[in-house]
Design a binder for this molecule. Structure first.
Ligand code: ADP
Ligand code: MG
Length: 347
């Protein structure tokens, strides 16, 4: 196990700068997710940590040792990719034991280690099969098994669940988390899926266009996003945003709505943010028209409209409302977020 320290790392491909001054500290045994829209530089950062991509500027250290010039195979890391990259002509057992074999481990040692990891991952009965004889989820497990067998200091995952269907993805998400709780190996996990990022990690790094926007525990990002980008990226359905003017304890939105904001001491123009689950329904407040009702069982999502402005609200119970009806919503003032109109920074 090991800590990972990324300090002022920058990366350019020719003239194009894709990572700008990235610094992230990861403690020994921590599970960190890197999340951000496609193209923001997550894979590049992970590949640099793995030694598959040169570091243009800055430094990366694993277990206190700077690895900028250490070849990939000497970094003691194991990487699991989206496409699994299993050898098609080898059995599950051969795939999982391959790295040990390359290191001249004895047949007995390979048998023992592969057997042990196969039990942990529920692959014990599949050891003689070839990858083509496995389901997507089983192949994913073999790819993880191959990484675990090496007993690395750090696990690196790059969108390992993207090729699985939604149900399997949720199941594997839980399995990887459970595995980490058991092995406690330092893990860096890349995903574009904010739900995956939030549910798996103890620390989430939100990236955009080659920069780190915010680092923190999942609920801190949710409760106190540092800017409009993080506020809109984390949470589903997304936070509602309204530009307008702060007037004492009332926010006067440009669309004409007047919303409570409590005493924030903020003056002038701002963007008002309220999450869909932080509006009470039919307890007075702002009148809105019901546009769409989406019953999901455990909750009901509503698209509401007033003064040409759409709102999304979520009720955690079943609500008897219909499109065309007028209802009222009341934002919980303690849950209102305010952001600077120009910079997007939290006020
Ligand atoms: P992500 O994994 O977040 O989707 P990537 O790290 O794959 O993003 O890519 C970040 C940016 O770097 C993208 O704009 C991509 O086009 C660019 N990029 C990645 N690899 C190369 C490369 N080998 N040469 C040039 N540009 C690259
Ligand atoms: Mg990627």
């Amino acid at each position: 196990m090991a800590s990972v320290s990324i300090s002022n790392v920058q990366k350019s491909f020719g003239e194009v700068e894709v990572l700008k001054d990235i610094s992230i500290d990861i403690a020994d045994g921590e599970f960190v997710t890197l999340v951000g829209p496609s193209g923001c530089g997550k894979s590049t950062l992970l590949r640099m940590l793995a030694g598959l991509e040169k570091i243009t500027n800055g430094s990366m250290a694993i277990d206190g040792r700077v690895v900028n010039n250490v070849p990939s195979m000497d970094r003691d890391i194991a990487m699991v990719f989206q496409n699994y990259a299993l050898y098609p002509h080898m059995t599950v057992k051969e795939n999982m034991g391959f790295s040990l074999k390359m290191r001249n481990a004895s047949v007995q040692e390979i048998d023992d280690k592969v057997g042990h990891v196969a039990e942990i991952l529920g692959l014990g009965k599949l050891l003689d099969r070839h990858p083509r004889q496995l389901s997507g989820g089983q192949r994913q497990r073999v790819a993880m098994g191959r990484a675990i067998v090496r007993n690395p200091k750090v696990f690196l995952f790059d969108e390992p669940l993207s090729n699985l269907d939604a149900k399997l993805r949720v199941a594997m998400r839980g399995e990887i988390k459970e595995l980490h709780q058991r092995l406690r190996t330092t893990t860096v996990y890349v995903t574009h899926d904010q739900v995956e990022a939030m549910t798996m990690a103890s620390k989430v790094v939100v990236m955009r266009e080659g920069r780190v926007e915010q680092i923190g525990p999942p609920l801190e990002l949710y409760d106190r996003p540092c800017n409009l980008f993080v506020a809109s990226f984390i949470g589903s359905p997304a936070m509602n945003f309204l530009p307008g003017l702060c007037e004492g304890e009332v926010f006067s939105a440009d669309c004409g709505l007047r919303l409570p904001m409590g005493s924030r001491g903020v003056k002038g123009r701002a963007v008002y943010g309220i999450r869909p689950e932080h509006c009470r329904l039919n307890t007075g407040g702002v009148e809105v028209e019901v546009i769409v009702v989406e019953p999901l069982g455990a909750e009901t999502q509503l698209v509401l409209r007033s003064a040409g402005q759409d709102f999304v609200c979520v009720a955690h119970d079943r609500v008897d409302v219909h499109p065309g009806q007028t209802i009222s919503i009341q934002p919980d003032v303690s849950k209102v977020h305010l952001f600077d109109v120009e910079t997007g920074v939290r006020l």
